[in-house]
Design a protein around this ligand. Structure first.
Ligand code: PLP
Length: 378
């Protein structure tokens, strides 16, 4: 099956008992057994489900579905993107060991690595992944993992994954890639040789801003370890949330296709719009398109407060990836606590606006953004 067909049919096989067209929600905390032998069969690996924290048909579907699309051997769903990262890291890195991570990571991940992992005895070095020399220089005898994002936030830098993976292989390290912004529709890091891939399924996998969820996919042995972490930490996903994310996943291809077309049109149009210093939009993310996020740097002649007040139907929402176009202001949200110096180095300036492009008519999106810029001219 090709990618677009897989996204629609990944759940079909199991709906055999009552032949329901869609997957039922197994809204249960546990599963019943007919006798002790029957219960024993779970521990022998013959039965899949015992207790929902260990696994549930709906959460299983989400893990398997994303694994199928990412061309990974296995997958596990978790309560959030953050817990997918945590379960993945703890599966492969022990206290006393070391991670080399990109310096422009998602704010939550930076926090998890710099504070929580440090407290657990895992050190993380943050370096520019644009410079391979810096990555190599940061690797020590304790290093176990290289961690980065296929597309960065909010400046949408496209990672050179083949080079990062090449360094890891030469140095005998594992790679873990956050593929949230790119989605498997555009990029599949496992095919390039990555070991683990994580998603905040809260974003494009779910796609409708109605669920918080995470997925980790990768080699069978690593996912099995991560699953044990997930079960022990109790960061399992609820059946209903998993069901919602699976329902969203079915339309991933058509959403990404439309959203990236709209984003490309907006990026093109804004590159010649007065009042904009710079447009951040990937050039060659994939043959299918360049993703659905556009960031812009407004010039000093545009009043930022007034711009956000003049957006008509576009709402200010500090997340991304829904079917609605939304905007956010990194300086006062995701990068609020980042020191000025680091912010300037990363290019998170006063004029920076991040736009998550939805499935609306592209003309309406372009017009709403351009009108807001005109209204906010000083
Ligand atoms: C949102 C996000 C996360 C965290 O995911 P949650 O579902 O909010 O826990 C991690 N990485 C990236 C790139 C994200 O956008």
């Amino acid at each position: 099956m090709n990618f677009d067909t897989k996204t629609v049919h990944f759940q079909d096989k199991e709906n055999t008992k009552n032949m329901s067209k869609t997957k039922p929600i197994y809204q249960t905390s546990a599963f019943a057994f007919s006798d002790l032998d029957d219960m024993e069969s779970f521990y022998q690996g013959e039965k899949e489900f015992l207790y929902t924290r260990f696994g549930n048909p709906n959460t299983e579907d989400l893990g398997k579905g994303v694994a199928l699309l990412e061309e990974a051997e296995a997958g596990v769903a978790t309560s959030s993107g953050m817990s997918a990262i945590l379960a993945g890291v703890l599966a492969v890195v022990n206290p006393g060991e070391h991670i080399v991570a990109s310096e422009d990571l998602y704010g939550g991940t930076y926090q998890l690595f710099a504070v929580e992992l440090k407290n657990l005895g895992i050190e993380v070095s943050f370096v520019s992944f644009e410079n391979q020399e810096e990555i190599i220089k940061a690797i020590t005898s304790k290093t176990k993992l290289l961690y980065t994002e296929s597309v960065s936030n909010p400046l949408l830098r496209v990672e050179d994954l083949p080079s990062v993976i090449e360094i890891a292989k030469q140095k005998n390290l594992l790679t873990m890639i956050d593929n949230t912004f790119a989605t498997p529709y555009f990029i599949r890091p496992m095919k390039l040789g990555a070991d683990l891939v994580i998603h905040s399924a809260t974003k494009y996998i779910g796609g409708h801003s109605d669920v918080t969820a995470g997925v980790l996919v990768g080699h069978e042995a690593l996912i099995s370890k991560a699953k044990t972490k997930m079960v022990s930490l109790g960061c399992n996903l609820s059946p209903f949330e998993a069901w919602l994310a699976c329902r969203g996943l079915k339309t991933l291809s058509i959403r990404m296709d439309r959203q990236s077309k709209n984003a490309q049109a907006l990026a093109n149009e804004l590159s010649t719009t007065n009042g904009i210093e710079r447009v951040y939009y990937p050039k060659e993310l994939s043959k299918k398109g360049n993703g659905a996020m556009v960031s812009i740097e407004l010039s000093k002649e545009v009043d930022i407060e007034q711009f956000f007040k003049s957006l008509s139907w576009i709402r200010i929402v500090p997340t991304l990836a829904g079917v609605e176009t939304t905007v956010t202001y990194p300086l006062r949200t995701s990068h609020r606590t980042v020191p000025d110096e680091t912010r300037n180095k990363l290019g998170i300036t006063k004029g920076l606006v991040r736009i998550s492009i939805g499935i609306e008519d592209e003309k309406d999106i372009i017009q709403a953004i351009q009108n807001a810029i005109v209204k906010a001219q000083i």
